[in-house]
Design a protein around this ligand. Structure first.
Ligand SMILES: [Zn+2]
Ligand SMILES: [Zn+2]
Length: 225
C-alpha cells in the first residue's frame, strides 16, 4: 500500500492551495492508495470527505505537522493540537501516552547550504560525514523515524537524511509535503500490507514493515530500502 505521508490542504494549512477533494482525485489518478493529512499544528476529519476518498480507493490517515523548537515533527496518534507540544520533550511525553509515533520531518532542509547556515546558528554540517548531521540534530533523540524523502527538499538534503538515518539505525519515511496537487505522490512510504485506520498505520510504523519511494506522480516509482 503506497501512502503519501505528508500533505497540507486548504482546510487546515493557510499556506496550502490544495483542495481536499482535488487531492483525492489526484491520488486516485496516479494510483496512490493512502494519504496522511498532516496540517500545520492542527487536525481535522470529515466523514463525507473520507467516504469520497474510500469510493475512489484512497484511505485517509490523520497526522499533525507540529512546529517545534527543533523544527517540524510529524506526529501520529493525536486527533487535535495539544498545548505545550512546541517543546519536543513534551510532545514525546504526550505521544507516548497515546502510543503514537514521531517523525523528524525534512531535518536537513536549508541546513547543508553554507549560505543559510547563519539562520540555524549551528556548527556547519559536513555532508561527507553522517555523524556530523546526527550530532547536529537534537530532535533525533526523541523521534521514531526520519523523513528521508521529502518532495520539497533538494536531492542532497534527502540523500544526506538517508545517510544519517542509516548511521543512527532509524526508521525511514517518505512524503511529498504537497501544498498543491501536482506533487502528490512524488514521495511515498510503501507498506507490505493494506491499512485502513490511523491506529493500524501507527502499529505498522512501529513494526517497521515498509520502504520509501519516489516518482509515483510521474508514473516512474523508484523504491529504495
Ligand atoms: Zn515542514
Ligand atoms: Zn509540511
Amino acid at each position: 500500500m503506497r501512502i503519501d505521508f505528508h500533505v497540507h490542504t486548504t482546510r487546515g494549512s493557510s499556506d496550502s492551495n490544495l483542495d481536499p477533494l482535488l487531492m483525492i482525485d489526484q491520488a486516485h489518478a496516479i494510483g496512490l492508495e493512502g494519504i496522511c493529512i498532516t496540517e500545520h499544528d492542527n487536525a481535522w476529519t470529515d466523514p463525507e470527505i473520507e467516504e469520497y476518498a474510500r469510493d475512489r480507493g484512497v484511505t485517509l490517515f490523520l497526522g499533525i505537522e507540529v512546529t517545534t523548537e527543533w523544527g517540524h515533527v510529524g506526529a501520529f496518534g493525536l486527533d487535535r493540537y495539544v498545548g505545550g507540544i512546541y517543546k519536543v520533550k513534551e510532545l514525546r511525553r504526550i505521544i507516548d501516552e497515546v502510543d503514537g509515533f514521531l517523525i523528524a520531518n525534512h531535518p536537513f532542509r536549508y541546513k547543508l547550504d553554507p549560505r543559510f547556515q547563519f539562520i540555524h546558528k549551528t556548527t556547519p554540517i559536513d555532508q561527507a560525514n553522517p555523524v556530523s548531521g546526527s550530532q547536529a540534530l537534537e530532535v533525533l533523540e526523541y523521534v521514531d523515524a526520519i523523513e528521508v524523502v521529502n518532495g520539497a527538499c533538494s536531492e542532497e538534503e534527502n540523500r544526506y537524511a538517508q545517510a544519517v538515518a542509516e548511521h543512527v539505525g532509524c526508521k525511514r519515511i517518505g512524503g511529498s509535503d504537497s501544498h498543491s496537487a501536482s506533487s502528490i505522490g512524488c514521495a511515498v512510504t510503501i507498506f507490505e500490507r493494506p491499512l485502513s485506520t490511523t491506529r493500524e498505520l501507527i502499529d505498522e510504523l512501529k513494526a517497521g514493515r515498509y520502504s520509501t519511494g519516489q516518482g509515483l506522480n510521474t508514473g516512474e516509482l523508484r523504491v529504495f530500502p
